[in-house]
Structure formats: structure tokens, C-alpha cells
Design a protein around this ligand. Sequence first.
Ligand SMILES: O=C[C@H](O)COP(=O)(O)O
Length: 309
Amino acid sequence: MTTSLADVASSGATLRAFLHGLPGVDRVGADQRAAMLGTRSIKTTAKAQAIDLAISMVDLTTLEGADTPGKVRALCAKARHPGEGAPRVAAVCVYPDLVHVAAGALAGSGVKVASVATAFPSGRSSLEVKVSETKLAVAAGADEIDMVIDRGAFLAGDHLKVYEEIAAVKAACGDAHLKVILETGELATYDNVRRASWLAMLAGGDFIKTSTGKVSPAATLPVTLIMLEAVRDFRDATGRQVGVKPAGGIRTTKDAIKNLVLVNETAGDDWLSPDWFRLGASSLLNDLLMQRQKLATGRYAGPDYFTLD
Ligand SMILES: O=C[C@H](O)COP(=O)(O)O
């Protein structure tokens, strides 16, 4: 497989043949394995460590039409200091026009600025606009770009168009890291999730991300499992490690811990770090902080104790 991968996108036909030559996903098996791993219990000390690890992996997100500079600044303050003794989060994720606000508020903190781009969430715009939006976001201070793939082209079988678009956006990123959102809730089958994962990695994505958070279903465990298998197999085949970011609908500490168990059991502990695994979420952080408080003191402080997202 290693030698052929270099030429796999030399034409639409070779790319299609490669993606359709990937082993099919056993849907029942994937659902059952994800459900089984999701029931694993964790002891108290391990749980405290898991909560802090999950906090350090959060891409704290606000992607609303009504977002304001003030809201972004408040989110950034929380990202830097989520709670007493708690680690900072991995990144704050915003729309491109608010990147400069986040960049100013996060300067020197180690928290990354992530910007959605490429006509998020639909992805319906020209490549020229998508590349330009990416460059502007990076120039404004984005360390990471969360692009959406063209699901229409993917579902129409035009894999090469999707590949070339990802490669062009990656080039526009410069030093910024590229997360490629597959929007798995629109891909119809688990086989397509596996194909889109490989396509995004072959085209140069640094991370593959499940969802925009605007389409349901978003980050389900079986889909994350399939993507974790893909990054594991891709590293075996190429030597290059790619990260995974489930996003959308992850709201509770239980959800976060299920994801960490999945990472450990599927891709392995090389992925158990914010460099390689993120949780994209707008409201998960409060629950992680509440559960953290509960473990430390034996009682809940209640949601009012923490600033609202
Ligand atoms: O990338 C992250 C998602 O947009 C957040 O989705 P959520 O609001 O369901 O947590």
C-alpha cells in the first residue's frame, strides 16, 4: 500500500478505485464495539485524570450568528483559566471575523486560536473564496483552520475535487494546522466515513473532524471509532500521524470519557494528548468542571458556580 499511496490522486479514477478498495465497515460490529467501549467504568483516580485530560483537549467553541467580541473575550478568559487547578483548554474555535478578537485575548496563553473556514458550515462557495477566507483567518491570527469538505462533490463521486480542495486549503494554511470536517451526518454510510477520512488524510489534513455541530447526527461513538481506525491504519501505511476531533453534541463528562476510552482502545495512547485528539464542544467544559469539583469536594457546586458558555 505504501508505494501506491503517492500516486493515488493522480486521477479521479485511481483515487476512486483506492477509496472503494478500502475494506467495508461492518456496521453492526462498529455499533456494538462502540456501545461496548462506552460502558467501561473508570475508577475515581483515573476519572480525575481523565477529566483533566478531557479539559485539556477541549476546543471551546462558539459558532453562532449572534456571537459578539464580548462573548468571545469571555470565552477566551474561561479557556485560559477554566477553574482553580484545572488545565487550560486546547483551543477556542470561532468564526473568521472574530479571530482577531480571540488572538488578542489568548496571546501568550498557549491556548490555540481555531477558525472555521471554507464557507462553514455548508461549504457551498467557490474554491477561490474558500482559499481567500483561509488566508485571511490565518493572517488574523488563527493557529488552526477547521474547514468543511464539499459533501455534494463527495456524494456525487467527485473525490478528486474534494481532494484538490483540501490540498489547496492546506497550502493556504501555511504553518497553521488544518482540521478537515467530514460532516459525517451527511455522508449516509459508515463506508463513506472511512473513505472520506482517508481522502482527507491523503490530501494533507492534520486532523479529521466529525461534524460542524449544525447537522444531526453529529459526533456519534461509532463514527469516531471508524475515524480512529482510519488514523491508526493511515499511520501504519504512511508513518504520518493524523489527529481526530469529534465535535457536535458532546455535552457531558460521560460522553467525554467514553471518547477517551475509544481513543485508548482503538488508536492507542499515542493519541491521548491534545496534539492528537480534541473534543469540539460549546457546553461540555461546564460539566467537566462540575464533575471535577464533585470528585475533589464530594459535592456539586452547581452550574451557577461556573461562568456560562
Ligand atoms: O465544533 C464544535 C461544534 O460546533 C460544537 O457543537 P455543540 O454546540 O453541539 O457542542
